[in-house]
Design a binder for this molecule. Sequence first.
Ligand SMILES: Nc1ncnc2c1ncn2[C@@H]1O[C@H](COP(=O)(O)OP(=O)(O)O)[C@@H](O)[C@H]1O
Ligand SMILES: [Mg+2]
Length: 151
Amino acid sequence: MALTVEPKALGHGIEFVREFDESAGEFEVDSGVLASALTNILENALEACIEDNSNKAHKIIFGVKQEEDDIIFDVSDNGIGMDKETRDKMFTLFYSSKGSKGTGLGLFISNKIIEQHEGSVQVDSNPGEGSRFIVRMPKILPAEVKTAQIN
Ligand SMILES: Nc1ncnc2c1ncn2[C@@H]1O[C@H](COP(=O)(O)OP(=O)(O)O)[C@@H](O)[C@H]1O
Ligand SMILES: [Mg+2]
């Protein structure tokens, strides 16, 4: 997941920091769908840095750590950030502030995937400061989700 976003960030002169807790190495989730959920969040972080015209040095931090029964993915950027209206609408299908460059699908899909895995997402964001997305996923999938994926 970071594999596709990291080189794009570096190409734009944006620092990309991975903070992976070694103990988070082994856990059971559907890695394919989870990767697309996280990629959407990471791509938004990248776009928020690219869109920011301030002269600050841009940085994306991608952290993964373990906490009791959960895996926590933590994506922060110091890009444009969001005002209250955007924060309220960001998970809405087709909501995008990016005009023709956006689809408004990314966070809608991420949120659905996270909900399906009985995870949660918490967002902290302020205009001009940046954004932080904290995704919490249970390490063991609920049985019904596993069944749905096999069928
Ligand atoms: N890291 C971020 N920084 C600033 N705004 C963000 C960030 N992530 C999401 N957003 C806001 O949420 C909206 C919806 O995101 P998304 O569903 O991925 O659609 P899209 O990226 O196609 O616009 C974005 O258009 C943007 O306004
Ligand atoms: Mg997006």
